[in-house]
Design a protein around this ligand. Sequence first.
Ligand code: CS2
Ligand code: MN
Length: 359
Amino acid sequence: MKMTFRWFGENSDNVKLSQIKQIPGMTGLMGFLDYKAAGEVWTEEEIKDYIDKVHAAGLECEVIESVNVHEDIKMGLPTRDKYIDNYITTIRNLAKYGVKVIIYNFMPVFDWLRTDLAHPIPEDGSNSLYYDEKDLGDMGPMEIVKKTAADSNGFSLPGWEPERLAELEKTLEQYKGMTPDMLRENYKYFLDRIIPVCEEVGVRMACHPDDPAWPIFGLPRIAHTQEQFDMICDLHDSPANALCICTGSLGSNTVNDVPSVIRHFGERGRIAAMHVRNVKFLDGYHHFREASHLSSEGDLDMFAIMKAIYDTCPDAYVRPDHGRMIWDEVGRPGYGLYDRALGATYLNGLWEAIDKMSK
Ligand code: CS2
Ligand code: MN
């Protein structure tokens, strides 16, 4: 297991590399060039610049997250080949600088979605990301996008890039009538082209689950249950066609038994990376908030999760995922320093205990 941290780059993060380096047991980053639009090539120069800074801070950068897939690829439009060519160039460029895993998702239009980015947690005075399907029903896609942008403390959030959302109405219209099978077919076309390149250059693609783990706004979504991930693995059978199991995303839906999903794919050698965080279910249908990482503060069993990783995919890269906003920090919602650092330390503690008890 390598414990890592998400960092958005010098100009886009309130957290400094020197601070990340001081978190006990932190080996490196899940890096991200947050200014790149989906479909653009990540140039060698940009990658080198980012990774050199990370190395200079004494951290590794073997994982890159959110090389976003252009909507034309997901929709299977004739223009997709150009964007797949670009994606392949990015994979090759990242491999040259030592990147071994690329985390991405195949969700139409939206990345993760919440109805409130700073929902007060009355028990301790902190706040966290929050979702209530009821509020979403009142809002509709355009409003949720505007609200998310307005509430993000001036940061652009991953998956919510302005360029991508400018054409929202048109894109939503284009997806009408697309079934999950059609989306899977487009996904296969993409994988069939990129995975042989990944095998050649030693990179593993890691698909992140739909978040929340159910369809939204009538869009097809195909990555939120074990059965669906089995289908994704079968689309192109290769260890390079791998997964990033995000416990909070999958765990938002009570049908998913997260430790058992980890064991299933870990045993099959398909887990390249893990996002580990906790969620707390609230009253009512599709209603939850994010919790601190500790098991007792939410509804996921973090010991069982870390044990499943230890037993079936001990080499996976792990990072704490979203944290609460605590200690008056002002930052990117979900991506402050303090609660994620506490999360990393707690997960490292679980790992140490599991490791010592296994010997
Ligand atoms: C991340 C996702 O913030 C998050 O929830 O886990 O944005 C993730 O980076 C993407 O889905 C991967 O492309
Ligand atoms: Mn995640």
